[in-house]
Write a protein that binds this ligand. Structure first.
Ligand code: SF4
Length: 283
């Protein structure tokens, strides 16, 4: 089975991304975010492991990939999760691309990406750093680098001339919506694009959040399990609530003249098709 695969082969109507390929050098993720959606479909997700024969298989996959394709790392794991310090699979993959004409979108929460600045400067790439909170990182994302380290990475990438976007998500109602606005102010000088989205509940991630924040349990269960609606394979907050959570970010991004999009929200007023993932920034 190829490791570089078409992203969203089901062509979900919720997804507004441009056509792209997806690659996960690791199965599972050591960042262990409570809200992670991938735990619902990948076994032992919080016990990450490197992909078997990774280099051999991606070299073979690349031979079949059309020139100029967009490859996104990663959509169901983090390419710079702790295992990358040991295995360096993401770095090895980037080295393979040095002489090739592909577009690379890297999505990560880790400042480990700065180790590979030398390579990133030589590739056609853009980086998307995900931030969910300033103060709750160790509880929400216990294996991931702190807010300060991510901010440092954003600044360093931007100073090195790498186009940077930030994913401000998931917005978890009652938990981080105020902080996320502050974060947008702080990162605004360094980023060219923002992608925002609200938390979409799945049974396992909602249980983890409820266990970590028992004082919010009744609130979230009311909003998701009683009033929420099913879209695709997750439970969404009502449209009105999601609009009210996203609109302040949309307005602030507009004020700062930063491009803005949402991810899988199905709220037409915020949609920015083909630009949502920040890959349009790739030179
Ligand atoms: S970094 Fe992404 S893939 Fe890894 S646990 Fe967090 S949400 Fe899941």
């Amino acid at each position: 089975m190829p490791y570089i695969q078409p992203f969203d082969p089901w062509k979900s109507s919720l997804c507004t991304c441009p056509p792209k390929y997806s690659l996960n050098p690791y199965t599972g993720c050591g960042h262990r975010c409570l809200y992670c959606y991938a735990t619902s479909f990948i076994k032992d997700f919080y016990k990450p492991r490197p992909k078997k024969d990774f280099l051999k298989i991606v070299e073979r996959d690349l031979r079949k990939l059309p020139e100029n394709s967009l490859i996104s790392l990663s959509n169901s794991s983090d390419p710079y999760q702790p295992l990358e310090s040991t295995y360096r699979y993401t770095r090895k993959f980037l080295e393979l691309l040095a002489e090739k004409n592909y577009k690379i979108l890297i999505i990560t929460k880790s400042d480990l990406i700065l180790r590979d600045l030398d390579l990133l400067k030589r590739l056609r790439c853009a980086v998307s750093i995900t931030i969910t909170s300033k103060t709750l990182t160790s509880k929400l994302e216990p294996g991931a680098p702190s807010y300060e380290k991510r901010l440092q990475a954003i600044k360093a990438l931007s100073e090195a001339g790498i186009p940077v976007s930030v994913r401000l998500d998931p917005i978890i109602h009652g938990l981080n919506e105020k902080e996320i606005l502050e974060i947008l102010e702080e990162i605004s000088p360094y980023v060219k694009h923002i992608t925002a989205s609200t938390y979409k509940a799945k049974p396992d991630s909602l249980k983890r959040l409820n266990d970590a924040f028992p004082e919010k349990r009744a609130f979230w269960e009311e909003l998701y399990l009683k009033e929420g609606k099913r879209l695709g394979n997750a439970i969404y907050l009502k449209d009105k609530i999601r609009y009210e959570l996203i609109n302040p970010l949309y307005k602030k991004a507009k004020e700062y003249k930063i491009s803005f999009a949402t991810c899988r929200e199905a709220l037409k007023m915020f949609e920015n098709p083909q630009k949502c993932d920040g890959s349009f920034l790739i030179p």
